[in-house]
Design a protein. Structure first.
Length: 709
């Protein structure tokens, strides 16, 4: 360890209360199960419902972390916060997105915490502003004086007279949908409670599709709400009987339909409602088939479909008649399956189809002219970069909005003309405190994992940092749900890199950086590949003399926090410390509790230990909480949120308690539970930066760089 831990008084000790659980003929003891609030469903809505003994323990943990982690690093955290804040343009705004006679955008004011929803009148032909800006919703005013406030989805009505917006004031993601009259600035009294967050307007600008969350926080039903009426009079249009499926509602790019999606991580199903006749029964596109995913947009009398049907592991694009009977019998290949070129999304316009693809861990945008069939690629030359596209509000346009960045290049918002191929830079990200890309170096290389798989690695460091083994590393990873980690620009990382740390992202299996198979090879019965890949990258960094053993700080959040816990159990000697944000570490118990919001939907990802003995054994063999042993763990910081329904607060709490009990000479171990937030941490962009400062101060302390305040 580069640091010698100070002499610490005895940390909080959680009581051990034996709780024998027998499952599939196997018995285990969960001595810290009492930290789970029995009335957790009520807690999500009312944080004050937390039991007294649990609250006392969590507050003791927070006090311990405050005294022995936060106070000793107070000066460093203040410096880091000032740096983090100094790199963001506080009075910033997004590029306005045209929608008929208006363009909509969000803005932040100097010192403001929350977004302000704005619009400006535009010439519908030139798209240039032709009137004064209007403030539609002031997030700072709405969130003033509240411990937590979050703006979820918002959507203007087709006639531009109303704004539907969703607000969460507990961090539990139970949203309330409100309707604001844009002429008066006043909200209608007919608010919708217990909503999932998203909503979609029908063309009449009076009817809204919305998703109801049940008592276990699952999206279970879709309702039609008539603006101005009581929620109890809403019409049920769909009920999902399978608790393992998520629901979504959205407007198709053409505006003709409302799409209702149902699916889990590997299977999907779509229904279409006529946006002009919202009470008319929906049209099922194709019934769910286990393992078959699809998404679509309509275009005239056809639909274009992205799918992995017919064993198209990296997906393909198909076309079918809009009025075809439900099922896949009429689907025909348009863009055949190309192994190694993963199609991650499609966008539809009146004359163009755009597909997002990932090739060798780098994104591509391929534009197809739907009249001629001609295709071209929107290409970039940097060694590692991130590229996103936006559907926007308009259908009859040749403009594709893109956002480009790399680890050294700040974000650029570029409007790309799909017909002429001309680019117009609409905005370049400003770094008020200054940024010179030439001060930094980005490298991309591959690491051979335990079984020969080549793991992409992205590395960012200062140009003057010596690569002789002396520099510490922040190694970041995720590796779950098929989510790929972008090689994008994050100003916060510069606070580590400028102090001599090297920031490395390991694009491990479980993501989709090397195609859909990369995801399949890091999930369910192959989950341990994710952990082994991460360890292989750490070992490779040492072998390449980029860093040295014991100089790597690992960081991951949510399922990436599970990665942290598993790797800490498997190879603690390689690391100087672990930062685990809202860590999913109690995998066996969580996947065995069918009442929890995400458990049934997660069984395809991890396995079902309630019914499958092999899945039980495999999960039990890596679940971080269940595999803690008495070994020399480095310092660990675990963070959670009291109203987090995705990774419940008791997971990090139980994990830290077990670490302290089982490995009493290791650590130290710190737990910080935000008593006013959920999965996303503190609300408000500046409050969020304070949490980042805590994590970075801990990482720098572990790396021996805390004195560089």
């Amino acid at each position: 360890m580069p640091n010698t831990a100070p002499t610490l008084p005895t940390p909080p000790v959680a009581k051990r209360r034996d709780n024998k659980i027998t499952q599939l003929g196997i018995t285990r003891n969960d001595a810290y199960s009492w930290l789970k609030e029995p009335a957790w469903q009520e807690l999500l809505r009312e944080p004050g419902k937390l039991g007294a003994d649990i609250k006392e323990y969590l507050e003791a943990e927070n006090a311990y972390s405050a005294a022995h982690l936060l106070e000793p690093t107070a000066k460093l955290r203040e410096t880091l916060f000032a740096e983090l804040r100094g790199r963001i343009k506080e009075d910033d705004s997004t590029v306005p997105a045209p929608d008929g006679t208006y363009a909509y955008f969000t803005r932040f004011r100097e010192g403001g915490q929350y977004p302000i929803v704005m619009r400006v009148p535009i010439n519908p032909v030139t798209k240039e502003p032709n009137g004064p800006e209007e403030t539609l919703l002031d997030g700072d005013a709405e969130g003033k004086g509240k411990a937590f406030w979050q703006l979820g989805g918002w959507n203007q009505s087709p006639d531009h007279k109303w704004l539907a917006y969703a607000v969460d004031e507990a961090g539990s993601e139970y949203f309330t949908i409100k309707f604001r009259n844009l002429a008066t600035g006043k909200d209608d009294p007919d608010a919708i409670t217990s909503a999932y967050g998203g909503m979609a307007w029908a063309r009449d600008s009076e009817t809204v599709f919305w998703i109801w969350r049940d008592e276990n926080a699952r999206p279970a039903k879709v309702f039609l709400h008539k603006r101005g009426t009581d929620q109890k009079d809403d019409t049920l249009v769909y009920e999902e009987k399978d608790s393992g499926y998520f629901l979504s509602v959205d407007t198709t790019p053409s505006g003709r339909f409302i799409s209702l999606g149902a699916g889990n991580h590997t299977t999907s199903e779509v229904r279409l409602f006529d946006a002009s006749q919202p009470t008319k029964p929906s049209m099922l596109v194709a019934a769910r088939e286990t393992g078959v995913e699809y998404s679509l947009f309509d275009h005239g009398d056809q639909i274009y479909i992205r799918t992995n049907a017919d064993s198209a592991v990296d997906f393909k694009i198909m076309v079918a008649p809009l009025n075809a009977p439900p099922g896949r019998s009429a689907w025909k290949d348009l863009v055949p399956h190309q192994p190694g070129s993963l199609i991650t999304g499609i966008y539809g316009f009146s004359n163009h189809l755009v597909r997002e693809a990932v090739v060798d861990a780098l994104p591509r945008l391929i534009v197809r002219d739907l009249t001629t069939g001609e295709e071209h690629t929107v290409a970039f030359d940097e060694e590692a970069y991130d590229l996103d596209a936006s559907q926007g509000y308009e259908w009859n346009t040749t403009t594709l909005r893109t956002v480009y960045s790399s680890p050294t290049t700040p974000r650029e918002t570029v409007d790309y003309d799909m017909k002429t191929r001309a680019k117009i830079v609409r905005k370049r990200q400003e770094v008020p405190s200054g940024h010179n890309p030439k001060d930094y170096v980005v490298r991309r290389f591959s690491t051979k994992s335990w079984d020969g798989a080549l793991v992409p690695v992205t590395m960012l460091h200062r140009a003057d940092t010596k690569l002789d083994g002396s520099a510490p590393v922040l190694l970041y990873g995720y590796g779950s749900y098929g989510l790929s980690m972008p090689a994008d620009f994050r100003t916060g990382r510069l606070s580590l890199v400028d102090r001599g740390m090297i920031f490395v992202t390991a694009h491990i299996r479980g993501g989709m950086e090397r195609g859909y198979q990369w995801y399949l090879d890091g999930r369910a019965e192959k989950k341990k590949n994710t952990f082994k890949d991460f360890i292989a990258v750490a070992e490779d960094l040492i072998a390449r003399k980029i860093t040295s053993k014991g100089k790597i700080v690992a960081q991951g959040g949510s399922a990436g926090g599970m990665l942290m816990g598993a790797v800490a159990n498997m190879a603690p000697q390689l690391f100087a410390g672990f930062v685990a944000d809202v860590p999913f570490v109690d995998v066996l118990n969580t996947m065995s509790d069918a009442s929890l919001p995400l458990t049934p939907p997660e069984w395809p990802e991890w396995g079902n230990p309630l019914e499958d003995k092999d899945a039980y054994a495999y999960i039990a063999s890596y679940s971080p909480y269940d595999n803690v042993t008495d070994q020399d763990y480095p310092p660990i910081l675990a963070l959670g949120g009291l109203t987090d329904f995705r990774v419940t607060y008791w997971e990090p709490a139980k994990w830290i308690a077990n670490l302290r009990h089982t490995a009493p000479s290791a650590g130290p171990f710190y737990l910080k539970i935000n008593m006013d937030s959920g999965h996303g941490g503190a609300s408000g962009r500046l409050n969020a930066l304070k949490e980042v400062a805590i994590e970075y101060a801990f990482a720098l302390w572990c790396a021996g760089l805390a004195e560089k305040a």
